[in-house]
Write a protein that binds this ligand. Structure first.
Ligand code: NAD
Ligand code: GLY
Length: 376
């Protein structure tokens, strides 16, 4: 019987495939999956040397247990590599620290990295995997809602630059993603909420029915109802898998929709020095509210939709404004001009004609952006 077949029926995981030809991979979503990781890896890849990399908040909670289980069946012979938790680890220093560690351990091209943690671990470890020996395999075990619905899928890897968020990185698809909702039980509420912003994003870009579902069921997901969490992760991953299969490298504009709210959000994160005062998902929540306000200002989107979105974000205690922050509008704009969607010195934004109708608008003028920033 297969590993997945051994799981009790009520806990049967959902599996979604990211279809990319011979680089296709599964996303397993369910409860109790962390216990299955060693067998899932062995069944899919045979006996491979694996190195688990996680952050300092997670090494005791999940890292050591997973390491022990993988060591028992011969997949691990190296210790867990632990990186300080938080956005500030997405730097050249920690990238280089990971690479040094791998070479010191004499990895070879068959060695597989296991990124255990949130989006920070996924982005950093994925980047290391993409350049070590010109590219080795890695798998994602996302433990935040944000990583389970977004960052673990699609192969974007990155570190931050002093000039902007995620400006340095690669595309390198994982070989497998294993999302265990049980890990969300230990996730701080603020982090769960921040991840929820990326869930809302899927409804806002092209799935109005999902947004309506979130308006009525979102709070249940946030109070920890597993069935609702699994549903939301599944819908999100199905949408992301489809978009990535169609536009893996963001060359047709389809994948750019996943950046809804992010041109604003990334600029806010830079202004906050990537510190804990503003989490990525919180910046995205404000950014999505601003993207709606901008769309309404440009005459594209009914005011009623903008209000409805802001009401929902507020109802789950996500921020929707940067009022009161002592940020400089010109610096914010300068950072938006370095956004990866900008072309020929022009601002391109993901805007919308209403809930579920996002698209890329070229040549947005700076005065319209400034007008919705609500800074003095
Ligand atoms: P994160 O990785 O910093 O995790 C948030 C915090 O929660 C950390 O302190 C972490 O230690 C802790 N944590 C993680 N899982 C936990 C658990 N189960 N129990 C207790 N604590 C836990 O942040 P994040 O929000 O997961 O990810 C944000 C990052 O993801 C940003 O850098 C963003 O740019 C990136 N991102 C990347 C993509 C992509 O496509 N590659 C998409 C979206 C976001
Ligand atoms: N989170 C944006 C993307 O994966 O394209």
């Amino acid at each position: 019987m297969s590993i997945l077949g051994n799981i009790l029926p009520h806990e049967a995981p959902q599996t979604i495939t990211v279809s990319l030809g011979n680089r296709s991979y599964p996303i397993h979503i369910g409860s109790g999956l962390l216990n299955e990781v060693p067998l899932l890896i062995r069944e899919a890849f045979g006996m491979r040397r694996c190195i688990i990399i996680t952050d300092s908040h997670l090494s005791n909670v999940y890292g050591e247990k997973l390491h022990a289980a993988m060591t028992r069946i011969g997949l691990c012979k190296d210790d867990v590599l632990v990186i300080p938790a938080g956005e500030q680890a997405k730097t050249f220093s920690y990238l280089s620290f990971i690479l040094d560690h791998l070479f010191q351990k004499n990895i070879d091209r068959k060695t597989m990295l296991v990124a255990l943690g949130g989006g920070v671990m996924g982005d950093l470890v994925g980047f290391a995997a993409s350049i070590a020996m010109r590219g080795i395999d890695f798998i994602q075990i996302p433990t935040t809602l944000l990583a389970q619905v977004d960052s673990s899928v699609g192969g974007k890897t990155a570190i931050n630059s002093a000039r902007g968020k995620n400006l340095i990185g690669t595309f390198h698809q994982p070989k497998m993603v294993i999302a265990d909702v049980d890990t969300l039980k230990t996730l701080p509420t603020r982090e769960l909420r921040a991840g929820y912003a990326e869930v809302v994003k899927y409804g806002l870009i092209s799935n109005p029915d999902f947004f309506t579902w979130l308006e009525t069921k979102g709070h249940k997901l946030l109070t920890g109802i597993k069935e609702k969490q699994i549903h939301a992760i599944k819908v999100s991953c199905e949408m992301k898998a489809q978009i990535v299969a169609e536009d893996e490298k963001e060359s047709t504009g389809k994948r750019a929709l996943l950046n809804f709210g992010h041109t604003f959000g990334h600029a806010f994160e830079l202004m906050a020095n990537y510190d804990n005062s503003l989490l990525h998902g919180e910046a995205v929540a404000i950014g999505m509210a601003k993207a709606f306000e901008l769309s309404t200002r440009l005459g594209l989107c009914p005011e009623a939709d903008t209000q409805r979105v802001k009401e929902h974000l507020k109802s789950v205690n996500l921020p929707i404004s940067i009022q009161g922050r002592n940020w400089n509008t010109d610096k914010l704009l300068a950072s938006m001009y370095r956004d990866k969607k900008a072309e020929d010195g022009q601002l391109n934004f993901v805007v919308t004609r209403g809930i579920g109708q996002a698209f890329v608008q070229q040549h947005v003028v700076a005065s319209d952006v400034k007008a919705v920033l609500d800074l003095n």
